[in-house]
Design a protein around this ligand. Sequence first.
Ligand SMILES: C[S@@+](CC[C@H](N)C(=O)[O-])C[C@H]1O[C@@H](n2cnc3c(N)ncnc32)[C@H](O)[C@@H]1O
Length: 217
Amino acid sequence: MRVSEGLQERLMGREGRILTRSLNPGQRVYGERLHHHGDAEWREWSLQRSKPAAYLALGGDLPLRRDDRLLYLGAASGTTASHFSDILDLGTIYCVEVSPRSFRDLVTVCGRRRNMIPVMGDAGRPQDLAFAVEGATAVYQDVAQKGQASMLAENMRAFGAERGMLALKSRSEDVTAAPASILERAVAKLESEGLTVVDARMLEPYEKDHAMVVVRA
Ligand SMILES: C[S@@+](CC[C@H](N)C(=O)[O-])C[C@H]1O[C@@H](n2cnc3c(N)ncnc32)[C@H](O)[C@@H]1O
C-alpha cells in the first residue's frame, strides 16, 4: 500500500489491513474493529464498505494532505467521511448529503468529530452549497447519478479545489455499457474540462462496476 509522506502518521497498512488513526478514540462509527499500537488507537478501514480504502488496497495513493479543506459530495451517513476525518486531523471536511434520512445519521457522526461539518444540499448545485463551504482544497465525490465527471469538475471550479477524487459508479451513467468504457468516457470528460487525470482504475474485486479517478486542476 502506498501512503504519501505527509499522511504516514494518520494512515497505515498493517498485516493486510488498512488503518486510520482515530481522532475520536473509543468510538466506532460503523462497527469497525479498533486496534491499539503504543498509545494510539487505529480504526480498521473496510475495503468492502469504503471505496477509497479499496483504492488504497489496489495500489492507489490518496491525493490528500492533513490540513485539506475537503468538500465531500455524497457523504451518506459518514462511514468513509469518518476515515477522512481521522486522516485530515488538521483540516476540515464539508460533508454534503441530500437524503434527509442519511443526513440524520451524518449529523450524529459530525457531532462527535471536530473537523466534520454536515451540509444538507444538492451536489449538483454548487452555488447552493456556498453558504456553508468557504472554499475547498480538494473534492471527493461519491454520488450515484448521471453526469458524475461534470459534477466533479463543476464543484472543483466553484470552490477553487486543486485536487479531486471521483468514485465513479458506471451503472448510474449507463446500465448497458461496459464499465471500462464508461471509465474511458469519464476520463475524457474530465480532461475536456481542463483537469489532469493522475490515475484511474477499476475497484474490483472490492466494488463491482466502480472505478476511482484522481485528478488535478
Ligand atoms: C454511494 S452513497 C455514498 C456512500 C458514502 N460516500 C460512503 O462511502 O460512506 C451515495 C450518496 O449520495 C447521496 N446523493 C445522491 N445524489 C446526491 C446529490 N445530488 N447531492 C448530494 N448527495 C447526493 C445519496 O443520498 C447517498 O447517500
